[in-house]
Design a protein around this ligand. Structure first.
Ligand code: UT7
Length: 329
């Protein structure tokens, strides 16, 4: 199992931001569009509403700008922009190119990364790889506009999905940085459980995805905890992919982590795929749920079926890291 090698140049998150389109689709709105009801959706998923509208590049630019402002960095300071998305605005070019232009990032590589709902955690790990290889700052955005590939008349899928974006600035530090351990996973044999053809809408075997998701999340999180050399008890905050409150609850049960330690936004956002983890992270940070030294566990899963986890020791201050490495403890 891979882990962050000793001596690798690390990074810290120095800014974050989110964007949600204004238009809201409530469960009650859906009652007139398909054979469902508010109570069933709340009970079986935890979702009350989702946001629809906007474009992947537009939402990414809004979230990315907020993250850059918070980090206090200018357009010349970003070396790479990774946009995790499964719903780019066009087949070519990458939506990251549009975002790079709209943010005015002048000397920066930009690319899309598609690992479905695990995308932002995949991007976070890859950004650390770029920083280990010399990048100074990487803007990591997760955005999806799932309303473009969701049939809101199909009750198997239409109750779940919405649009959103979340972003973070990762900044290189001299020491080991925040990332203690990570895991990237793929179970290609299960890809038929959740897919959309090019130009088509999402097709899903809901129960099969549910069953596999619980195991995948628990296994991936366990791998990341092991690679970080910490236990589930050490985790202060879990930032899970926001698909269904019952999936989050069952996977945390397996890990022995109380649900109260998770950041949950799905009641207000639905499943926003690549955006769900950074949206939940931003809310927890804004609410002051994390203090210096606390451990955060990110865990995502999605179509593919993909999974990704990361364990981070929180410190928002790059200056606190030295060559001794704050993660050597
Ligand atoms: O990022 C990954 C994305 N996808 C997921 O994470 C999805 C994972 N799966 C799920 O979240 C759940 O399987 C669903 C929310 C999709 C479905 O919940 P469930 O508890 O697995 O429901 P079910 O498919 O077992 O259906 C239970 C009952 C059935 O009725 P009967 O046969 O018991 O009479 C369904 O026909 O609920 C019925 N049903 C609904 N009723 C009202 C199924 N969907 C709906 C609905 N509204 N939207």
């Amino acid at each position: 199992m891979p882990s962050t090698p000793p001596g690798a140049r690390g990074a810290v998150i120095t800014g974050w931001g989110v964007a949600l389109p204004d238009k809201i689709l409530t469960n009650v709105d859906l009652e007139s569009m398909m054979d469902t009801d508010d109570e069933w959706i709340r009970d079986r998923t935890g979702i009350v509403q989702r946001h629809v509208g906007g474009t992947t590049a537009g939402l990414s630019t809004e979230a990315g700008r907020a993250a850059l402002d918070m980090a206090g960095v200018g357009p010349d300071d970003i070396d790479a922009l990774i946009l995790a998305t499964t719903t780019p605005d066009r087949a070519v070019p990458a939506s990251a190119s549009t975002v790079q232009d709209q943010l005015g990032l002048t000397s920066c590589g930009a690319f899309d990364l598609n690992a479905a709902c695990s995308g932002w955690v995949y991007a976070l790990v890859n950004a650390h790889g770029l920083i280990a290889m010399g990048a100074r700052r990487v803007l990591v955005i997760g955005t999806d506009t799932l309303d473009r590939i969701t049939d809101y008349h199909d009750r198997n899928t239409g109750i779940l999905f919405g649009n959103g974006s979340g972003a973070a600035v990762l900044e290189a530090v001299d020491g080991g940085g925040q990332l203690l351990g990570w895991d990237l996973d793929s179970l290609g044999e299960a890809e038929s459980a959740l897919y959309a053809e090019i130009g088509g809408v999402l097709q899903m075997e809901g129960r099969e995805v549910f069953r596999r998701a619980v195991r995948l999340m628990a296994d991936s999180a366990t791998n990341a905890l092991t690679s970080a050399g910490v236990s589930a008890d050490d985790i202060t905050l879990v930032v899970p992919h926001q698909a269904n409150i019952r999936i989050i609850s069952a996977s945390l049960d397996r890990l022995g982590i109380p649900l109260e330690r998770a950041s949950i936004v799905l009641d207000r956002t639905g499943n926003t795929s690549s955006a769900s983890v950074p949206l939940a992270l931003a809310e927890a940070l804004d609410e002051g749920r994390v203090s210096d030294g606390d451990l955060i566990l990110f865990v995502g899963f999605g179509a593919g079926m993909s999974a990704a986890s990361a364990v981070v020791r929180w410190s928002p201050n790059a200056a606190e890291f030295t060559d001794d490495g704050a993660n050597d403890e």
